[in-house]
Every structure is written in structure tokens, then in C-alpha cells.
Design a protein around this ligand. Structure first.
Ligand SMILES: [Zn+2]
Length: 96
């Protein structure tokens, strides 16, 4: 929330008024929900394991969204090998 306040501090009068209006009309909430959905349904730019750039339209991309609803994380992979490596490391880390 501190970061959010710092962001808002930088806004001028007009932007603040517009933001307040959008908050009241629920526009801002809709926008944020849209951004969250985008986050959950798109791949990251790079593979979380080998850091290769992901080709956006490749059939070999995979993404995992995990963690609690209010603190979701996302990891993307360039192929099954990297996904498998990630899952195995996750298991070791958790001691499963
Ligand atoms: Zn990879």
C-alpha cells in the first residue's frame, strides 16, 4: 500500500480527480480486474528456469499460476523439460 500511495503522490490535480471519479464509478476496479486476468492468462516474457525468451505464439510455452488468491505468483516455461525441472525443484524445496 505504501508503494500505491507513493504512486498517487506523483499525480496532479486533474489525474487525481479522474482517478477519484473512476474509483467511484467502479471503472478502476474493472481495469484492475482486467489486468489481473491478463496476468493470469498470459505467459511471462522469459522462461523461469533457463531464462530463454519465450516466443509468444509457440505451442511449447507453459505457465503456472500458484499461491494464495491474494498473493499469486506466475512462472512460465519454454518447454516441458523446464516445467518438469521447476516442479521437481519445488518438490525438493517443500520437502514433499
Ligand atoms: Zn526454459
Amino acid at each position: 500500500m505504501q508503494d500505491m500511495k507513493r504512486l498517487i503522490e506523483k499525480l496532479g490535480y486533474e489525474d487525481l480527480m479522474r482517478m477519484k471519479k473512476e474509483l467511484e464509478e467502479g471503472e478502476l476496479k474493472k481495469f484492475i480486474e482486467q489486468k489481473l486476468r491478463h496476468f493470469e492468462t498470459t505467459h511471462e516474457k522469459t522462461c523461469s528456469v533457463c531464462y530463454n525468451l519465450l516466443e509468444p505464439y509457440s505451442m511449447h510455452n507453459y505457465s503456472l499460476v500458484f499461491g494464495p488468491d491474494d498473493f499469486k505468483k506466475k512462472a512460465s516455461f519454454c518447454g516441458l523439460d523446464c516445467l518438469q525441472y521447476f516442479l521437481e525443484n519445488l518438490k525438493v524445496g517443500r520437502g514433499d
